[in-house]
Design a protein around this ligand. Sequence first.
Ligand code: 4AD
Ligand code: MG
Length: 479
Amino acid sequence: MKRTIINELLQQEDFDQKVLVKGWVRNRRGSKNVAFVAMNDGSCIHNIQVVVDFAKMGEEIMEKVSVGASLSVEGTLVASQGGGQKMEIIAEKLEVLGTADPDKYPLQPKKHSLEFLRDIAHLRFRTNTFGAITRIRHAMIFAVHKFFNDKGFYNIHTPIITASDAEGAGEMFQVSTLDIGNPPRDEEGEIDFKQDFFGKKTNLTVSGQLEAELAALAMGQVYTFGPTFRAENSNTTRHLSEFWMIEPEVAFNDLTDNMDLAEEMLKYMVKYALDNCTDDLQFLSKRLQDEEKTKKADERSMELIEKLRFVNDNDFVRLTYTEAINILRNSKPNKKKKFDYVIEGWGADLQSEHERYLVEKHFKKPVILVDYPKEIKAFYMRVNEDDKTVRAMDILFPGIGEIVGGSQREERLDVLLEKMKAMDIPEEEMWWFLDTRRFGTVPHSGFGLGFERLMLFVTGMGNIRDVIPFPRAPKQAEF
Ligand code: 4AD
Ligand code: MG
């Protein structure tokens, strides 16, 4: 007999048929002799109830059908007698595939803290919360590819090992096969990377953008969706050392086209989740509402599904960095010096407390900020006519802060060279990037969407370590 996935089984209208299901015990109620066993196989948030009469099934397995054990159950699917579920299986053949000692199995049917579950990330897939997050994560990955494929974009695999620092922030993990205890030295006594595996100093990529630009300047519309690595020592609920980034790059797009694309994409993702992840979103929403009850009324946030609909239905606010600085300078927390970083004037880098003030307190909507001071942004952004600002855009989301960072790129060779010199970016190492500006250069734009930040928004979770299966963060590389 073929196994039926629980998600498919629960769509059945056709009762009194024989079925075979396999999965893990989530809960067991009833008496010692007749048990109601809730089974889950990961296919959906719901369990199937199995009624087991041990007098018929064999008393030797009575103790073994415990929370966490894996079962194979053959039986008859019937309309349920009890409330709470539409159907159940009356077991006729039951095999315990793997036991789970109740004294040792860490996941009991009660509420575990997210911190505790982080320590057992190898098992947390077996909870409702992480099952829901994992399914939503899959749906969002699929939606990214669908969105771009439907628009005629090409997916590009950009390298993971690279010799360049795209963002110029120097937050890179080195890749080397040299003996770190005793590396070869050159005449000056410096480490001789010529003898390293790639014959030069290499690192894990912080962004696939530079290579995506190369592809865009021939293929027109491309995107990369890959892992990126940052060795910044920020132990926050919004930062990972290894995260996934979606980076579209489009030839002939200016900054407005870029904003339009990013806004359309974010709304598409949110709508896709609303349309395809209803059960899991409902579960997470309820979970959040229980959590919110412990907060003061004015600190509670919007209900999850309502919040997603709100973002999908409303235009994002678009304004310049200069306008944002004026709002922030005149804001209450700035005047009362409540911000950790008080905004003194134009040129200040925005911290996440400022971004969240704009989005959550001032506009109460997603915000796209453009035209940042050139000094605080990467070398590749196009300089505006004022020679003070660049065509950067950051998208700020409620509860998240920056979710997207992007720009129109500097396509003018002379301006780019001048800027690289000013920012100490070695020209000879970037010859290939500069060649695109030497031969058939065109205006072009792109952005990077942090996939886990999007996941935070869609799931309503509060810590980025809970929306990726195996988080990497300072001092954390278990599993
Ligand atoms: O703003 P960032 O640094 O932009 C770039 O890397 C550009 N090369 C993108 C481009 O134009 N193609 O990063 C983009 C996004 C951020 O807005 C944020 O959502 C996410 O990546 N991000 C992180 N997410 C998790 N952990 C971190 N440490 C992150 N750093 C950036
Ligand atoms: Mg950024």
